[in-house]
Design a protein around this ligand. Structure first.
Ligand SMILES: [Cu+2]
Length: 167
């Protein structure tokens, strides 16, 4: 599992600073604002690596934001090294690779499955929707067909995590 506690902590600090500023400096300079750890863990931010020209990636990002996630998108011309470092099996790869709460999310995974993984904390590296099936979030369109969410770990195990029927 890849831990991104640093990213989350930094984001919280920035949020708190911006919030304090917006309220006209209601907080004294040295006030310590305590952010409950449980709250931060229940809705971690998602870091999404994508290529600059990927439109369906933006569709998926909007899907995450609509569900309440904070999302940071990073554009890269080549995602191969990101996918390799994240341990995404080649056969499960898709158009974008995301990191959230120590897990990898590859491709157009429905946000309900991301939330389920974060809640259940399974002993896996992450989940993927291989390719770009029509009907998955960000890939809406006619002729939607059932597709699978696959879990994977760093020992090469891949299992069906969820069966999705978008029709
Ligand atoms: Cu896509």
């Amino acid at each position: 599992m890849i831990k991104h506690a640093t990213f989350t902590a930094a984001f919280l600090l920035i949020s708190v600073a911006a919030c304090a500023e917006a309220e006209g400096g209601a907080l004294a300079e040295n006030t310590v604002v305590e952010v409950p750890v449980s709250a931060a863990q229940s809705m971690p931010n998602i870091l999404v690596y994508k290529t600059p020209s990927c439109g369906c990636c933006n569709g998926w990002i909007e899907h995450l934001r609509a569900a309440g996630f904070g999302v940071e998108g990073r554009n890269l011309r080549d995602l191969m090294s990101i996918k390799r470092d994240a341990g995404v099996p080649v056969g499960l790869s898709s158009c974008h690779t995301a990191l959230v709460g120590g897990y990898v999310v590859e491709g157009h995974v429905p946000v309900e499955q991301v939330k389920r993984m974060l809640a259940e904390q399974p002993d896996i590296s992450g989940i993927a929707v291989p390719g770009m099936p029509t009907g998955s979030p960000g890939m809406e369109g006619p002729n939607a067909k059932p597709y699978q969410v696959i879990s994977f770990d760093d020992s090469g195990n891949a299992r069906v995590y969820a069966e999705i029927d978008p029709r």
